[in-house]
Write a protein that binds this ligand. Structure first.
Ligand SMILES: *Cc1c(COP(=O)(O)O)cnc(C)c1O
Length: 452
């Protein structure tokens, strides 16, 4: 009786030979596809045992296909960033140049001298030219690379301040997106937080008054996602560096990696070094525009202590990051602009040019160009909201539905929703994606034109 009810459910092996299902092997692996086939068949068996009729072969493969697609969409894939936020943490922050990516190929697809000294033929250091390149970029004595800036802060605190006191201004007890809180990271490192000053005012005397024989460090933290205005004051790094006793380390979490160029509300890494900070750390994939890494620059003796510490072993990047960063920094030192830098520099005129190309191909019935704003993002220059332009999409549907359709495209297009419309911000759209955007919108608009 039972087997009769299940008659007609296809064999798993047979389904796996079906082209419609096998085409998922290269996209999500044969193993995951097989799991989905098994689970779907198992569910169908249960449904049939409780009285449902066996679905048709094509509706079974359709069901499996849908599940495979769902799985595939969870892969990391390229998207079109039309949000107007240049360094969007949810979208991988800064893109890196194709030339940089290609130049790292040989090192990554073969063996390399990652930790081998070609001069002596013996084991060597891991960081290649990076300390020299970073030092040249920001005028520091030495440099060290870890996996990200959170690791950099944690390493600095753990190596120099475990069991000791770290003085931080009350105005800088911040949380950066994703749960990275300065007081928490301090506690985790085993250091004791000593708060000084107030939210808006902290003076040199506040810092000096808090120093005890147990003070290891003064930590300055860049307020990366908000700003304080009005009656505010804090000492400059130079003032602090001049006033602190010699045995107290002055470390700065600069965050964004702004180097020489000045973004409003940002002090560059080079400036902190010039003013006498002993160690400065920052992300490589924010304003700097490189791959994900954390960089620590500063006095050679401190950098050496950090590099030799056993904890460094848990934070060290692999050859992929080293090779990408090396090429990135060489180009940077030779005056080439990063991709993020190109976006920062895009003018309204250039945005309008891209917008006009799109409008010319699609007409004005559902689209127009409207004034809009753009942001740096990635925890930098919170005050800098610059003018930009957006394509406004007015389709006869809820903006949430339109936005969903754009996300479902083979290369998802991520825009924003504001008062009943979907917007594609022209500040962050790469001009090489314009043709793709046009052809995707042609299809989308045709869908709606049919129903109206
Ligand atoms: C972004 C940021 C961090 C964290 O950097 P990650 O590279 O994301 O780990 C830490 N401190 C400040 C001030 C930041 O802006």
């Amino acid at each position: 009786m039972e087997s009769l009810k299940l008659k007609g459910i296809p064999q798993i092996e047979k389904l796996l030979q079906d082209k419609k299902i096998a085409h998922w092997f290269p996209l999500i692996s044969r193993a995951l596809t097989t799991n989905i086939v098994r689970e779907t068949i198992e569910t169908i068996r249960k449904e049939c045992l409780s009285g449902t009729v066996v679905p048709s072969y094509s509706s079974i493969t359709e069901r499996i296909d849908k599940e495979c697609r769902k799985k595939w969409r969870r892969r990391i894939m390229r998207v079109v960033n039309a949000t107007g936020i240049i360094l969007h943490t949810n979208m991988g922050r800064s893109p890196i140049a194709e030339e940089t990516w290609r130049s790292a190929e040989a090192v990554n697809c073969g063996y390399s001298n990652l930790e081998f000294d070609l001069e002596t033929g013996k084991r060597g250091g891991r960081s290649g030219l990076l300390p020299d390149l970073f030092s040249a970029l920001v005028g520091a004595e030495s440099a060290l690379i870890v996996n990200n800036n959170a690791a950099a802060v944690f390493l600095i605190l753990s190596v120099f301040a475990t069991g000791r006191e770290v003085i931080v201004s009350r105005g800088e007890q911040i949380q950066i997106g994703g749960g990275f809180r300065i007081p928490d990271i301090l506690r985790l490192s085993g250091a004791r937080l000593v708060e000084v000053g107030t939210t808006n005012i902290t003076t040199v005397e506040d810092y000096l008054g808090a120093i005890t024989e147990n003070t290891a460090m003064v930590l300055k933290v860049h307020r990366s996602n908000f700003s304080v205005h009005g009656f505010t004051r804090e000492p400059s790094t130079a003032e602090l560096a001049g006033a602190l006793p010699e045995n107290v380390l002055l470390a700065v979490d600069q965050g964004s990696g702004t180097t020489g160029e000045s973004l409003p509300g940002e002090t560059g890494v080079a400036e902190y070094i010039r003013q006498g900070a002993h160690l400065v750390c920052f992300s490589a994939d924010k304003v700097l525009g490189g791959p994900q890494a954390g960089c620590i620059v500063g006095k050679r003796e401190y950098i050496d202590t950090l590099s030799k510490h056993p904890l460094m072993r848990t934070f060290r990047p692999g050859k992929t990051i080293y090779s990408l960063l090396e090429d990135f920094l060489i180009r940077r030192l030779n005056g080439e602009q990063s991709k993020a830098g190109e976006s920062f520099g895009r003018t309204l005129w250039e945005m309008r040019k891209i917008g006009n190309r799109i409008i010319r191909s699609l007409g004005r019935r559902f689209l127009s160009i409207t004034p809009s704003t753009m942001m740096t993002g990635g925890g930098s220059s919170p005050d800098t909201i610059a003018r930009s332009l957006s394509i406004e999409l007015r389709l006869p549907d809820k903006p949430e539905n339109v936005s969903r359709k754009l996300r479902d495209l083979p290369i998802p297009i991520i825009g924003t929703i504001d008062s009943d419309c979907v917007y594609l911000n022209l500040a962050t759209i790469d001009s090489k994606d314009v043709r793709y955007i046009i052809s995707s919108l042609v299809t989308l608009i045709a869908e709606y034109a049919q129903c109206t």
